[in-house]
Write a protein that binds this ligand. Structure first.
Ligand code: ZN
Length: 140
């Protein structure tokens, strides 16, 4: 929980990203979380990533943790992380989030199904950005 509190109070990589060549918007109507994700991708590498938006502590902390986790990763590595995080959040995989580093701080969210969408919103938005989606994504 300390990691979540810290990343909510002092979000990493928050703000605009002028060099972004991919971007997407995401909404979680259930909670009211709104997020914009900016990504600077060169070839297959996520060189930089920032986010803006308003949302609850879980959505903000998750976006901050995600930004640290995927920066410098390839698209395939980011997709693999999303899979692992999704399994951790929905109970299909390792509940403790082994091998996920700080992202494992979100493991406890699975006990609160309504908050799973708060935690996964940033990942869905990142996916949309990397896919070049024109429409905002929604968790509904
Ligand atoms: Zn939320």
């Amino acid at each position: 929980r300390d990691v979540i509190v810290d990343h909510n109070r002092r979000p990493r990589n928050r703000g605009p990203l002028p060099s972004a060549n991919h971007r997407a918007e995401g909404n979680n109507p259930l909670c009211g979380d709104q997020l914009r994700v900016y990504v600077d991708v060169e070839h297959d590498l996520i060189r930089d990533l920032r986010f803006e938006g308003t949302g609850c502590a879980i959505s903000t902390a998750s976006a901050s943790l995600m930004s640290e986790a995927v920066k410098g990763k390839s698209r395939a590595e980011a997709a693999a992380l999303f899979d692992a995080v999704h399994r951790m959040l929905t109970g299909g995989g390792d509940a403790a989030g082994a091998g996920l580093g700080k992202l494992a701080a979100l493991a406890g969210v699975r006990e609160f199904p309504a908050r799973v969408k708060c935690a996964s919103l940033c990942w869905h938005t990142l996916n949309a950005a990397l896919a070049g989606a024109a429409q905002p994504v929604t968790t509904e």
